[in-house]
Unconditional design. Structure first.
Length: 109
C-alpha cells in the first residue's frame, strides 16, 4: 500500500486550508477510535517557504471514510517519506508510540 501526500501552498495556508485538512482528519480519526496504523504527518515547509506537504499513512486508504477524504484533498500516492527525502517530518495526528521512528527534525541526528 502507498503513502499519500497533499501539497498545500503558502496561499492555501493563508486561507487556513492546512487547518481544515487537519480538522477533518481528526474528526474521522476520532470516529474510527484512533487506529494505531493511521496517521497524518507534516513534511515541513519547503526551502523557499512556498509549500508544505502532508502525508497520510497507507492504512488511511483502507478505510472508506478516510479514503474519501484523501480523494477529496486530491492526495496522490507517494513513496514513504524518509530522512533523505524530507527536510523535516512531524507527526500531527496519530498514535505516537507507533510512529516514534518517523518523527525527526533536520537539526537532530
Amino acid at each position: 500500500m502507498s503513502w499519500y501526500k497533499v501539497t498545500i501552498s503558502a496561499h492555501q495556508a493563508s486561507l487556513y486550508q492546512h487547518g481544515k485538512l487537519q480538522d477533518k482528519f481528526l474528526k474521522i480519526f476520532m470516529v474510527l477510535r484512533g487506529p494505531k496504523d493511521m496517521a497524518l504527518f507534516s513534511g515541513g515547509w519547503s526551502h523557499s517557504n512556498t509549500f508544505n506537504i502532508y502525508f497520510f499513512t497507507p492504512a488511511c486508504a483502507s478505510n472508506p471514510a478516510m479514503k474519501a477524504f484523501i480523494d477529496s484533498c486530491s492526495a496522490v500516492p507517494c513513496d514513504e517519506p524518509t530522512r533523505e527525502t524530507e527536510r523535516e517530518l512531524c507527526l500531527l495526528m496519530g498514535y505516537s508510540e507507533r510512529w516514534r521512528d518517523y518523527i525527526w527534525h533536520p537539526d537532530l541526528p
